[in-house]
Design a binder for this molecule. Sequence first.
Ligand SMILES: NC(=O)N[C@@H](CC(=O)O)C(=O)O
Ligand SMILES: [Zn+2]
Ligand SMILES: [Zn+2]
Length: 344
Amino acid sequence: MSDLLTLIRPDDWHVHLRDGAALQSVVPYTARQFARAIAMPNLKPPITTAAQAIAYRDRILAAVPAGVDFQPLMTLYLTDRTTVDDIAAAKAAGVVALKLYPAGATTNSDAGVTDIRKTYATLEAMQKAGLLLLVHGEVTDPEVDVFDREAVFVDRIMRPLRQDFPELKVVFEHITTKEAAQYVTDADRFTGATVTPQHLLYNRNAIFMGGLRPHYYCLPVLKREEHRQALIKASTSGNPRFFLGTDSAPHASVMKENSVCGAGCFTALSALELYAEAFEAAGALDKLEAFASFHGADFYGLPRNTQHVTLRKTEWTLPESVPFGEAAQLKPLRGGELMAWKLD
Ligand SMILES: NC(=O)N[C@@H](CC(=O)O)C(=O)O
Ligand SMILES: [Zn+2]
Ligand SMILES: [Zn+2]
C-alpha cells in the first residue's frame, strides 16, 4: 500500500537532549523515534571527560520510558585542553566521538576550541583510537557574513584538517550549503555529513514569513533555496556519506520568543515525519531508509538496527507546544500545523 512506509528503525546521529528536568521532557520523544542517538555534549558545563559522559549516559537512560529500547551514544566536548589521556579514557568508556565547536559559534560553545592547531596531538590520538570528530562547521570570524560562515569553514578549516588527518573520521554536522554538500560529495570515505529536517524543508524565507519567526532560527542559519536544493540532492542521492541528524535543539519558548532568541529548532517530536515529507516532495521516498537507518551506522562502524517502524500517510496536527522542564513550554518546529505523515 502506498500510504504505508516501513523502514528499519532509524538512528539520530545528532541530537541535544539537555539535562535535568529538560532532559526528562525530551528524551521520550527521541527514544520513540530512534533506536540510538548521538547525544551532544554542549551542556553547561560541557561534558569534557569520560566520567562525565558515563554519568550523563546514566541520566539519559533513566529518562527513557519503561519498555522502550533506546541507546544513547556518547560524545565529549573538545577543548583546547583535551589531552591524549582523555582520549584513551574516552575510548575505554565507550565514548564514540568528540565534538568540535569553534569557540562562540553556537549555543553553549564558550568553552570551544580557539585554534584547531591546539588540538592536533589530541586529534592524532583520536585518529589512532578510531574516535570520530564531529564538527560544527562555521568560522566565528566576525568579519565573515553569517550566511557565509559554513562555506568559509570548508576552505579555512576542513581542507587543511583533512590533509593533516586523512584517516580521522569526520562528520560535517548539520550542513546547510551547496559548498558543504559538494565538499562531502567529493571527499573520501572518511568524511560524512548529517542533514537536519529543517534544512531540507525550508529556506531562509521561512524565518521572515509575515514577521520574524524565532522557531525557524537555528545555527547554521537556514540558507537560500539553491542551498536547500543541493542538500535535497545530496540526501536523496543514495550516497552513503549523507545521513540523518536532526540537531533537535530544545529551548524553552520564553527563550525563543525573546529579544535575544536562542538558536535551535526542536524537531524530536516529529523528526521522521518531517524527513518523510522532504523525501516525498523530492520523489525519493525509496531513498529515505538508507539515509535514516543505514548510512550513519555504517559510517560509525556500528551494526544496523533490525527492528522496523512504520510511517503512515495521514494528516494530523502537531501540538503547538509541549511541557518542558519544571514550568516551561517547548514549541516544536511546525507546531500547530498540519503534518502529512505519522509514525505509528
Ligand atoms: N543548532 C542550534 O541552533 N543549536 C544547538 C547547537 C548546535 O548544534 O550548533 C543547541 O544546542 O541549541
Ligand atoms: Zn552545531
Ligand atoms: Zn546541534
